[in-house]
Design a protein around this ligand. Structure first.
Ligand code: UDP
Ligand code: MG
Length: 222
């Protein structure tokens, strides 16, 4: 049996996913050719954050003390880190009972995360009547108020605090118009709801209300 060719061996192939790659063509006694490939795989690319944990480092070469000493500089983009702290706002987002029952929590979180906002607090919560009335007290005189309170207290809600530059206005845009039939396609209500009285999500309408809803009403502080 003889080795006819050896190629590869250089870690030029995206070092984040392959540590080294080489291949050998071998002729056996009866003249047939066989091909062997030698790949040392690293799953480093599966890790979102390169922390000190070695959970994602399975290549033995990486556990070598000298290699471990080398600092891995993570290439993370966090929009809130590039903004000055005065520009960062907070908003209160709540998945209403219909959104929770319909399994839309992940979808709603995903849309805000993809935009670049940061989730800073989250809880599943059965809203008591008094809190619902306080939260919507500006709408007390409206004919739909009793139904609104009944709706918000009809099942658990998912309460969330979100942070980011311009997050209050931007989240309202992502959520869309109050009446889902008037909400633009691409918005949460435009894509996922049809009734004003079942419009799946709440978002604070001003930075002041965001702060009040997070701190005084729904107590979502870190
Ligand atoms: N609402 C309703 N009927 C109406 C208007 C509003 O049931 O005619 C409900 C709806 O769930 C809405 C909530 O009351 O989300 C609060 O109303 P608001 O005008 O503050 O709308 P939002 O800020 O949620 O878009
Ligand atoms: Mg409102």
């Amino acid at each position: 049996m003889e080795a006819l060719a050896v190629f590869g061996g250089s870690p030029r192939v995206s070092t984040s996913s392959l540590q080294s790659a080489s291949a050998t063509i071998i002729r056996s006694g009866n003249g047939s050719l066989s091909y062997t490939q030698n790949l040392t795989l690293s799953t480093r690319h599966l890790s979102a954050f390169h922390g000190s944990s070695s959970l994602f480092l399975c290549s033995p070469s990486l556990s070598h003390p000298k290699r471990r000493a080398r600092k891995i500089r993570p290439n993370i983009f966090l929009p809130t880190l590039i903004a000055s702290m005065e520009d960062v706002e907070e908003t209160y987002i709540m998945v209403k009972p219909d959104g929770v029952q319909r399994g839309l929590v992940g979808e709603i979180i995903s849309r805000l995360e993809k935009k670049g906002f940061k989730l800073t607090g989250l809880k599943l919560f059965q809203c008591p009547q008094e809190l619902a009335e306080e939260h919507y007290k500006d709408l007390q005189a409206k004919p739909f108020f009793p139904k609104l309170i009944q709706y918000i207290t009809s099942g658990p809600v998912v309460c969330m605090a979100w942070e980011g530059v311009g997050v209050v206005a931007s989240a309202r845009k992502l959520i869309g118009a109050t009446n889902p039939l008037q909400a633009e396609p691409g918005t949460i209500r435009g894509d996922l709801a049809v009734q004003t009285g079942r419009n799946v999500v709440h978002g604070s309408d001003s930075p002041e209300n965001g702060k009040r809803e997070i701190e005084a009403l729904w107590t979502m502080m870190n």
